[in-house]
Design a protein around this ligand. Structure first.
Ligand code: SAM
Length: 261
């Protein structure tokens, strides 16, 4: 796999989550430093990256089919087709999508994120989820907060370690949404992974600030919301008949979708 040539304004000296994730997904928008870390990540996390994308597609389609036409996706990542706006606009050509990410490398790809249907609208905000007020202020310029919105936090909250009040961040975002909105969230959980999990934790978090959480702690992100069936489950099991993996149900990421009443 070839890595990108260094671009001004982008820190190529240390790995970044979006670029390591791109490597795991088999993309080509990463640097040597991202590839070096990505190569140390076990196969189960590589599969989990693909499963996260698949959950994003299923959850987006599910809420769009129930009438949601507005989407706020924070922690967008480097574009990987189909992107969220393509899925949403596949159901509602006039769907409006706001993307937000704090990695400047994504801005270089904004074109891929901003080309949607002529009837719909897609916007990109460079911002940090740890400042949810800033994201909400900018999102309000493009989305109508009087009508339901699907908030997607797919594989991002494990990058918001406890010191940054992750539950407060999600509460601020969810509080701003009107009834009929949804929260779609996936999160890393290495509880059942014993040594492999510890090794991954050490390898990854020595380079990138991140935190695995327990099932119960992931469930807390949905406090005050109604989890839709089948609840918080191993990501490939959310509304899909994935086979039980060898060794049982343990899975490195969990996924849930909840309704705000
Ligand atoms: C693992 S990728 C997930 C991408 C996409 N949501 C998906 O599931 O395919 C995590 C993304 O979150 C972004 N991210 C990490 N910390 C962030 C923060 N504090 N604020 C905004 N974005 C952040 C990274 O730049 C990266 O693009």
């Amino acid at each position: 796999m070839t890595s990108m040539a260094a671009k001004p304004g982008i820190d190529t000296g240390r790995p970044h989550p979006a670029r390591v994730y791109d490597f795991l997904l088999g993309g080509k928008d990463h640097y040597e430093v991202d590839r070096e870390l990505g190569e140390k990540i076990p196969e189960f996390m590589r599969l989990a990256a693909h499963e996260n994308r698949a959950f994003m597609r299923r959850a987006t389609t599910w809420t769009a089919q129930r009438g949601v036409t507005q989407f706020l996706d924070i922690g967008t990542g480097i574009p990987t087709e189909p992107n969220l706006h393509q899925v949403a606009q596949g159901v509602h050509p006039a769907a409006r999508v706001v993307y937000a990410d704090n990695d400047p490398v994504i801005m270089r790809h904004a074109e891929a994120l901003l080309v949607g249907t002529p009837e719909g609208a897609t916007r990109y905000i460079e911002a940090d989820i740890r400042e949810p007020g800033v994201i909400l202020e900018q999102a309000r310029e493009h989305l109508d907060f009087e009508r339901p919105i699907t908030l997607s936090l797919i594989a991002i909250m494990h990058f918001v370690v406890d010191a940054y009040d992750p539950y407060g961040v999600v509460r601020t975002l969810v509080d701003a949404l009107p009834p009929g909105s949804h929260l779609a969230l996936t999160h890393v959980c290495l509880d059942g992974f014993a040594e492999a999990g510890e090794e991954l934790n050490e390898t990854y978090t020595s380079a990138i600030e991140a935190q695995s959480r327990s099932y119960a702690d992931i469930q807390r992100f949905f406090d005050g919301l109604d989890l839709v069936e089948p609840g918080l489950v191993a990501t490939p099991r959310w509304r899909k008949d994935a086979p039980v993996p060898p060794g049982g149900e343990r899975h490195p990421t969990y996924a849930g979708l909840a309704l705000k009443r």
